[in-house]
Every structure is written in C-alpha cells, then in structure tokens.
Design a protein around this ligand. Sequence first.
Ligand code: PEP
Ligand code: MN
Length: 275
Amino acid sequence: MKESMHTLKYTRDWHPESIAVDIGSTRVGNGHFLLAAGPCAVESPSQMTAISTYLKETPVGLLRGGAFKPRTSPYAFQGLGEEALILLKEAAGSLKIPFITEVTDVNHLDTIVRYADALQVGSRNMSSYELLKTVARQNLPIILKRGMSATVEEFLFAVEYIADAGNHQIILCERGIRSFDTAFRNVLDLGAVAYLKKQTPFPVIVDPSHGSGRSDLVLSLSLAAVAAGADGVMIETHPNPESALSDGPQSLDPAAFDNWWHQVEALARHLGHNI
Ligand code: PEP
Ligand code: MN
C-alpha cells in the first residue's frame, strides 16, 4: 500500500502491545486502571483540604485540578494560577499521588512544569498543534482530551503530533462531543472508546463529568466506560457542588464520590484490571 502523509503511524501495527504510561508512581494502561479525581478548578485552601480528606485511602491514583481555566465566558472564574499549583502540589503530596493540570497557553508552561506531574491539553486545544508540540517536549506524561467537535481520526492525528515530537507518554481522553441533544452538556462517545482501543496502543480514559454535565449520570457512564474497555475514568468532585465556582452540576459530592469509587473499582477488578 502506498505510504501517505495522511496515514496514521502510531497504531497497533507500530506497537501491537498496549502501552502503559507512568505518571509518577501511578501506572495507567496495559491492565492498570486509573481512577483520577479532583475539582474542576482549585478554589481555596479549605476546598483542597476537604477534598484531600475524602480522597485519602481511596484507590484514586491521580489528582486533577484546574489552575488556568479555559472558561467559555471571559467573565467566569478563570482559576487561581500559580496559587492553585501550590495547593495541588500540597494536596497531592499529602495523598502521596501525582497531580495533573491543564495547559492552555505556552506562556504558562514554565510555571506549570515546576509543579505538575503530568500535563493536560483540553478539548478546546486538541487542535492547537503548536501547543501540542511544545507540551510534548516537556518530558512529562500528557492527557490529551478529544476536541468537542473532533472526529476520532482528527483525535488520533492530534495524538501523533505529540508522539512524533518524541513523547510517547500519552493518554487519550474521551470527554463527549457536541450534539443536537440538549439533555446533556455533551454526548459521551463510548463507541469511540471501543474503537480507539483497537486503533491505538496508548491508554484511553473517559471523563464522564464533562461527557454528560450531570453528576447523577457520572456513575452509570463510568461503569459503561469500564465495560467499553477504558483504561481509566477521570471525574470532577467538590466538597459542596452547589457553591462550586465552576462545573458544580457535574461534580460529585463526598457521598456520591464514595459510592462512585467503590463501584468503579469493583467492576474494573472484576474485568481483570489492576487498580
Ligand atoms: C477539564 O477537564 O478541566 C476541562 C476543561 O475539560 P474539557 O477540556 O474536556 O472541556
Ligand atoms: Mn470542569
């Protein structure tokens, strides 16, 4: 078959075995299941202390939290910046797990890499190819989220911007796509998860919080993600979702979080994952 510049390179033909990605001491993929959780945005020291209290002694292997927030409205809370990174580092240290935060701009990178164990590129920036190449060069694991209007092929090509820059510590994250349906914030594309698992050797995780926009659907969609073959689930949680400065309606409160991790862990183990 003719080689084409439109052909994906980093497929299962390139690497038939599933690749495991290490974020600090947390292994993801190739039989290792990731539970990632944290607030949409870091808001205050007391919020992070509360979250650390109920994340302690759970199988959560990665703390998430926004420091530089990509908000749809310029008038919405934009994140605490470096102060958030300091709070995340403190919380992750007390939990003895790594943390990830989103990079929205290359100008923030120098600051972010002083603290973070992994870098997230969000849905709005999946096709910011110069950002992807620069992030790839930081020598840190990357979670790349699917663009809200991206086809799976476009998603896979975005992954290749990182892989071809020499960084193979990549985790793909399905987080829902735009649709005509107004019942959900996004439509979680679990067919894409089953498909991606066949195409790419890199781990594939699912974010049912942004994928639905509704905390009451996060557990069902998490379990469905495990069944579809995901290597992990990443969710948003908040000690008091009603008062959250961003994404409260999709954030699990401490009781829902407790039920969530018990059930997701049980199913992942049942299906043979290490967790
Ligand atoms: C996030 O995970 O903080 C986020 C903003 O999600 P997304 O990029 O999927 O919208
Ligand atoms: Mn959010």
